[in-house]
Design a protein around this ligand. Structure first.
Ligand code: CTP
Length: 440
């Protein structure tokens, strides 16, 4: 029996794929199709895949051409597979000519002519892109703007800013640059807010009322009730309202959460996170509260790991003359655990994350909020383990992909639960009201 293997992403299966599979099948008696896993595609820089791995596998299966479907998960797997499945022929389309000649040492390599005039990329691009308007003055807007270029189906078309540097770039690259927020809303499908948190509530309301989807940097608002109301408004209008915290989309961080939830370090007794920078003013030159700048990021692992049902939250804060906090420490007490968060714009400490459990602890070195790596540390160092993951664009890229897909599908599967968003807003509200606060 002649065994043939071929690999691909098979996103939005098209007749080019089917013709390839038909000819691959005709090369032998048994065809194995390797479908690339989402993570593997991410590593290869292919982040625009529209369908999930399972959807793509199902589509390949439905062709009836594959005798077996496998998942391709790591670099070098092809050699392993060829040996494991005793493959006679490896085949792919002619767009890969020469690339897989090294496999000749293990089996016969056949490049089949690629079907002209069709590709998954073209199908993805042919859909009307989501027109995005950016709002904000900080340099971070520029960073996110750059990341949009990697996201298929998203087109930055307008900018609302008071920053001259951003406006200048906008005038070169965009259809509209304005200092009128309502004008920004006119020609876009969605907006990204990196404005001051005090402005969010009113801007979110205006955007949602105007029928625009919103990606809003956390905190959503400075009041739990207001955030709840805006979420309800988004639901009523069938719009996507997504809170942005880029760290939630960093693979290493997301995997750490899963390990902890899977019981790897036993019962979690403590979460300690610090995020600080020495900056008198926010990065847009205006004065920002340290708690607004860093609070949501540092609170994320606390709420995602321990839940939002804490018994007590005590705040200690130091304020500048202008009224903004330069250092804030939050101490949470849960029924079963504690958490400590240190944030500030005007203080420096080790920006690490430590999750302590009854069987060991997870340690993420500074700056943990943009990490590609973490460690499990145990009583016996022989049990220690390290994990490494690719981090592209600090997580922003994947966050934008999640937002764009949510708009296309009309449904948000966020990495941040609504309960977490509301708990962050509630902490901001406590802070605003100076509840349970000691002044330093
Ligand atoms: N293929 C083909 N003819 C096409 C498109 C793809 O023969 N018009 C082949 C590829 O050469 C590969 C397999 O189908 O062997 C799976 O390709 P994949 O990369 O999944 O599809 P593309 O349409 O090329 O995807 P993209 O545009 O994202 O690169």
């Amino acid at each position: 029996m002649v065994k043939v293997i071929t690999y691909g992403t098979y996103d939005l299966l098209h007749y080019g794929h089917i013709r390839l599979l038909e000819r691959a099948k005709a090369l032998g008696d048994w065809l194995i199709v390797g479908v690339t896993a989402d993570d593997f595609d991410k590593q290869r820089g292919k982040i625009n895949v529209r369908q999930s791995l399972m959807e793509r596998i199902e589509a390949v299966r439905a062709t009836g051409l594959a005798d077996e479907v496998i998942v391709e998960e790591y670099e070098g797997q092809k050699i392993d597979d060829i040996r494991k499945y005793d493959i006679d022929i490896f085949t792919v389309g002619s767009d890969w000519v020469g690339k897989f000649d090294y496999l000749n040492a293990y089996c016969k390599v056949v490049y089949l002519p690629r079907t002209e005039g069709v590709s998954s990329s073209e199908i993805r691009e042919s859909r009307r892109p989501v027109r995005l308007g950016l709002a904000g003055d900080a340099r971070f807007v520029s960073k996110l703007w750059g990341e949009c270029a990697f996201v298929n189906g998203l087109h930055v078309s307008a900018l609302y800013t008071r920053s001259e540097a951003l406006a200048e770039r906008g005038r070169r690259e965009l259809e509209l640059v304005t200092d009128d927020f309502d004008r920004l809303l006119e020609g876009v499908d969605a907006v990204y807010l990196r404005t001051r948190p005090e402005e969010h509530a009113s801007q979110l309301r205006r955007a949602l009322e105007a029928g625009r989807h919103v990606l809003c940097e956390s905190p959503l608002t400075l009041s739990r009730a207001e955030s709840e109301e805006l979420m309800a408004l988004a639901r009523e209008k069938k719009l996507i309202l997504m809170e942005a915290v880029k760290t939630a989309y960093a693979t290493a961080y997301a995997r750490l959460l899963l390990l902890v939830k899977g019981g790897r370090i036993g019962e979690v007794l403590s979460v300690d996170a610090a995020c600080t920078s020495i900056r008198e003013n926010g990065e847009d030159g205006a004065e920002w509260n340290g708690i607004h700048e860093w609070g949501p990021t540092a609170l994320l692992p606390v709420f995602q790991l321990l839940g939002t049902d804490y018994r007590d939250c005590r705040i200690a804060a130091r304020f500048r003359d202008g009224g903004q906090d330069s250092f804030t420490k939050l101490d949470f007490v849960y029924g079963h655990a504690v958490a400590g968060v240190k944030v500030g714009d005007g203080v420096k400490t080790e920006g690490e994350l430590v999750v302590s459990g009854t069987k060991g602890y997870l340690y993420v070195p500074a700056p943990w909020w943009k990490t590609d790596y973490f460690e499990l540390r145990c009583e016996d160092p022989a049990d220690n383990k390290r994990w490494f993951y690719q981090l592209d664009g600090e997580g922003i890229r994947y966050e934008l992909v999640a937002f764009t897909r949510a708009i296309e599908r009309g449904r948000l599967i966020s990495d941040i639960d609504e309960s977490v968003t509301l708990a962050i807003s509630a902490v901001m509200e406590d802070f605003e009201q100076r509840r349970n606060m000691t002044l330093l």
